[in-house]
Design a protein around this ligand. Structure first.
Ligand SMILES: [Zn+2]
Length: 300
């Protein structure tokens, strides 16, 4: 049995995962890391408390791995930096192994979600696949011959920071016109807010409802078309480089599946037919949703 944790900016999810990668139980806890004076200690204390709580429910001798999915740059079990958690140089694996004496691994949350979708989710029947998370940013992973490609150094494979418009907006990474600046769901939401002059606090659910109305949809159709065009350019790059059998998309994009997916398939077909229409991959939505991070964190 394994314990998986998925750490986000405002909450931590923890679950018990069996040896067949099945999530048996899941618990969530809200955290207020932005209000903490010592975010590193605060996060670690909360993780330890959650794991101790799990050990009050199951026999700890049955647990042979603790896996953690975390945003940011991670090296050898150490969270080097995670801007939205305000954390730097936190040796999570080392601290937890000291506390619980159980092997602990820490990996990027996008990669963990990709592993979960590859082993038990939407991509399980494919050998070559690209996985993309479209949310606040754009993250992803690539599988060739059934194996995730991992760079030798650093976290790497920053699909979101592939430049697709050299005249575009500045990205948080310092470059200009990154895939993420044009195709994150944050960008999608902000452009719709601007076009419809909505309050900036509007929720994703409210935006979704607005887009279901034909008249409102018509007002933002050009925004949607540009977003989908840019997305097809980024995906087209991935198809040219990796020739995947499938592209799987997760993150908040999936909430708009019925509005955006059909358009994306058409645009990608146009984009891929420019070089070889035989290379057109299937496009699937991720199936594990919010459980992907916990499950993937425990897959080794
Ligand atoms: Zn960038």
């Amino acid at each position: 049995m394994k314990i998986g944790l998925d750490i986000g900016g405002s909450h931590i999810a923890i679950g018990i995962v069996d040896d067949n990668n099945k999530l048996l139980q899941k618990y969530e806890k809200d955290i207020k890391i932005s209000e903490s004076k010592n975010p590193e200690r605060y996060l670690l204390d909360n993780i330890i408390l959650l794991i101790k709580d799990i050990f009050s429910k199951i026999d700890r001798n049955e647990v042979d791995l603790i896996g953690i999915a975390c945003p940011g740059n991670i090296q050898d079990g150490k969270l080097i930096s995670a801007a939205n958690l305000r954390i730097k140089n936190l040796g999570i694996a080392k601290e937890l192994e000291k506390e619980f004496n159980i092997k602990t691994i820490v990996r990027n949350d996008g990669k963990c979600a990709a592993l979960a979708e590859k082993y038990v989710g939407a991509m399980k029947n494919y050998k070559s696949a690209c996985f993309l998370i479209l949310g606040t940013g754009v993250g992803g992973a690539v599988f060739l011959d059934g194996e995730m490609i991992l760079p030798k150094k650093d976290s790497g494979f920053e699909i979101g920071h592939m430049v697709i418009d050299i005249n575009g907006d500045k990205c948080t990474c310092g470059r200009v016109g990154c895939f993420e600046t044009l195709c994150s769901m944050r960008k999608f939401k902000n452009d719709i807010i601007q076009k419809l002059q909505l309050n900036s606090n509007v929720t994703g659910i409210e935006i979704r409802k607005l887009l279901e109305d034909k008249n409102t949809y018509n007002l933002v159709e050009d925004v949607i078309n540009i977003f989908i065009y840019n997305l097809s350019v980024g995906l087209g790059n991935l198809v040219r480089i990796f020739k995947p059998e499938v592209i799987c998309i997760g993150g908040s994009f999936t909430h708009y599946e019925d509005i955006l997916l059909c358009k994306l398939k058409k645009e990608l077909e146009r984009e891929v037919s420019l070089f070889n229409s035989n290379d057109l991959p299937e496009i699937l939505m991720a199936t594990l949703k919010n459980d992907a991070g916990i499950i993937g964190a425990t897959i080794i």
